[in-house]
Each structure stands twice: as structure tokens, then as C-alpha cells.
Design a protein around this ligand. Structure first.
Ligand code: SAM
Length: 218
């Protein structure tokens, strides 16, 4: 399976199955952090094949996974998790506004949107979904996660899931690939500066270097 097959329902599953130990630790820390904070009704934007929602195992309220790639949702539906799987864009989510106690935008997807204006548009859009008193939970790769990310990308390259790095655009915390995909790191300060209007909260750095923002709608 090659990167051009990334819309195959199993691609996102295969990529996470290859995570080396340091990256597995980062993923486990993210799940543990989310587990402490999530309450239904809950929506995860960018849910992929449902890995996070399946692990969280939230009971007793509505749970929705939204993703841009309908074929990832084919794999998510096979998990048999009590959730609704919805195809759509987080920039224009086909979901009720001011309703959700928890909105998750996890696994550092923010850093792959490509630009700061797009990151801000996405977070503004996601903030509109949050009910008063509810939380927007967002993660991003910080500088301390760089080595673990590199090892994960290299494992995917060896398996043919990702193309080579684009040497002209890969530097420090930015990993760019020859197919145009880019993943950027943020500092804790930069992530906090993205806190949407009307929300308050803080960014914490998990031991693996993943930055985790918990912003509450006031
Ligand atoms: C890094 S993967 C994470 C998948 C899943 N959250 C996990 O951790 O296993 C990012 C996911 O975000 C989705 N995505 C990217 N941009 C999106 C957007 N604008 N709206 C909805 N989903 C989006 C991608 O299709 C992909 O499934």
C-alpha cells in the first residue's frame, strides 16, 4: 500500500500500527489526557478510522466522529463503537452549533492544515460547536516531539506509506513530503495564541512533547 492509496480505508490504520515505541508513548499520553477531560455529547473532528473514539469508550451520550475522507469512516464503522460516523469538513461541519460538551481536534492534525490563517479558521469553526461550559481539546506537536515524529515518518517511508521528505522544505519542526503533505510543529505559546475568542484555558506539554490545549467556552 503506498501513499497514493491513502484514501484506502486501511491506510490510517496501517500508519498507526507502525508507530515506534517513542511515538506510541506520545499517542498513549494523548489518550490518557483526553480520557480525563471528555464528556458527552462529544464530537471528534478528523477522527480518521476511529482510533481515538474507540479507545476513549465514552458511554451514555451522543458521540460523533467527523472526517473529510469518507473511506476512513468505512474502517471506523467496522469497529462497532457506539458512535455516528459523519463525512464532512471541520471548516464547515454539518453539526449542531453551541451543543457539544467536548469537541476534540487531536493527533496534531492542526499542524497539517498548512497555514496559520487556516488553523485559525478551523479553530473558530470548531469553537462554534462547543456548548457554554463545554471544552475544545486540541493537540499539536511541540519541539520535544520532533525525534519521535521523525522515527514514525521514517517507519512509514520504509513501509511505502509515505514518500521521501522534500529536502527543500523540511527543516527543524517542519516535515514536508514530496507529495505536498506538510506537518508543522508549534510552540506552546503559538498554540495558546490560537485560542478562539470566547474560550479560555491553557496549553500543557505532555512528557512526550505533545502540546495539549484545553479551552472552555465561557
Ligand atoms: C493525523 S490523522 C488522525 C486520525 C485520527 N484522529 C487518529 O488519531 O487516529 C488526521 C485526520 O484528520 C482528517 N482531516 C484533515 N483535515 C480535515 C478537515 N478539514 N475536516 C475533517 N477532517 C479532516 C484527515 O482526513 C485524517 O483522517
Amino acid at each position: 500500500m503506498r501513499y497514493r492509496d491513502a484514501h484506502h480505508p486501511q491506510w490510517v490504520v496501517a500508519a498507526y500500527a507502525l508507530a515506534p515505541p517513542a511515538f506510541q508513548k506520545l499517542l498513549a499520553e494523548e489518550l490518557a489526557w483526553l480520557q480525563r477531560l471528555v464528556q458527552p455529547p462529544l464530537v471528534e473532528v478528523g477522527c480518521g478510522a476511529g482510533r481515538i473514539l474507540a479507545a476513549l469508550g465514552v458511554q451514555g451520550g451522543s458521540v460523533v466522529g467527523l472526517d473529510l475522507v469518507p473511506r476512513y469512516l468505512v474502517a471506523a464503522r467496522r469497529l462497532n463503537v457506539p458512535a455516528w460516523w459523519v463525512a464532512g469538513d471541520g471548516l464547515r461541519p454539518p453539526l449542531r452549533r453551541n451543543h457539544w460538551r467536548t469537541v476534540i481536534f487531536g493527533q496534531a492534525t492542526l499542524g497539517s492544515l498548512g497555514s496559520e490563517p487556516l488553523r485559525r479558521r478551523m479553530l473558530t469553526s470548531l469553537a462554534e460547536l462547543v456548548a457554554p461550559g463545554g471544552r475544545l481539546l486540541v493537540t499539536a506537536y511541540g519541539p520535544q516531539a520532533r525525534q519521535a515524529r521523525r522515527e514514525w515518518y521514517e517507519a512509514q517511508q520504509r513501509a511505502g506509506l509515505l514518500p521521501p521528505f522534500d529536502p527543500a522544505r523540511t527543516r527543524e519542526g517542519t516535515f514536508a513530503f514530496t507529495n505536498g503533505f506538510v506537518s508543522q510543529e508549534l510552540t506552546a505559546h503559538e498554540l495558546q495564541a490560537h485560542c478562539p475568542q470566547g474560550l479560555v484555558g491553557a496549553v500543557t506539554e505532555l512528557p512526550s512533547g505533545l502540546l495539549a490545549a484545553s479551552w472552555r467556552r465561557v
